[in-house]
Design a protein around this ligand. Structure first.
Ligand code: IPD
Length: 263
């Protein structure tokens, strides 16, 4: 795919941050870890990855705004564009030596995500998409799965940690969904959950209590791979509501029906 200059810049930043994270992952026991809240950790690795990405992106596009998990929100001179960045999605996996984490970078224009990159550096899987140009993993075009029956479908989710208020509703979702599908996975990296929906590995994904930086890049991957995304509560903006549903073209509606009845 011949991506735009912005997409190439995002890929360059994601690869550079990924190299730094792979290095830290080999020596994970030496990282200084602190808790941002119950079950919510940050380390030198996250901070360094965000510094690298910010330097690349803001250096090249100084007028764009910024929303990053570790450094928060900064307005840019250009109010129509902002980067949305999670330098290390799946921090808990990373800190436990589990190789399931990713760099996530999205570009938003006038409130819409127009490009996204999710880099699974431990497996060297680079997922990227740009509005209207499709979604890819390394050189291969991505398509969501074609499964049509709930009973053969696998979904992913995130189960809220640290006593979050969205836990009871998520447990209710699981109680409704698990008896009618082939399985639910909780692997601990939302950006990869969405990338896996885009690549057809999962048939759908939902999560309550999720941040824009965890999902922004993954949302465009799913859409450009032929899937659908939406908020759990209809009529609300996905980022603002922090509760998202994604699915292949066949199972998105049935999944929404089950989750929205419980909402
Ligand atoms: C977390 C992961 C996890 C999801 C949480 C996120 P982080 O992101 O994506 O899968 O369930 O909602 O906060 O904290 O590792 O960047």
């Amino acid at each position: 795919m011949q991506g735009s200059a912005n997409l190439n810049l995002m890929i360059k930043a994601a690869r550079k941050a990924g190299r730094s994270l792979v290095k830290d992952f080999r020596e994970v026991e030496n990282l200084q870890v602190s808790a941002k809240g119950p079950g919510d950790f940050v380390s030198k690795a996250d901070r360094e990855a965000e510094r690298i990405i910010k330097e690349e992106l803001r250096g090249a596009r100084p007028t764009y705004g910024w929303l990053g998990e570790e450094t928060g929100e900064e307005a840019g001179e250009d109010p129509t564009r902002r980067w949305i960045v999670d330098p290390l999605d799946g921090t808990t996996n990373f800190l436990h030596g589990l190789p399931h984490w990713a760099v996530s970078i999205a570009l938003e224009h006038k409130g819409e995500v127009v490009a996204g990159v999710v880099f699974d550096a431990a497996k060297d899987e680079l997922y990227y998409a740009e509005k209207g140009l499709g979604a890819y993993m390394n050189e291969s075009r991505l398509r969501v799965s074609g499964r049509r029956h709930m009973i053969e479908a696998i979904f992913a989710t995130g189960v809220p940690f640290g006593g979050r208020s969205t836990l009871p509703a998520t447990l209710q979702d699981l109680a409704r969904l698990m008896p009618v599908c082939a399985g639910v996975r909780r692997w601990g990296a939302a950006a990869l959950d969405l990338a896996y929906v885009a690549s057809g590995r999962y048939d759908g994904y939902w999560e309550r209590g999720i941040n824009a930086w965890d999902m922004a890049a993954g949302l465009i991957l799913v859409k450009e791979a032929g899937g659908f995304v939406g908020p759990v509560r209809e009529g609300r903006e996905i980022f603002e509501s922090g509760a998202v549903i994604a699915g292949n073209a066949e199972l998105y509606d049935p999944l929404c029906k089950i989750l929205r009845e419980a909402a």
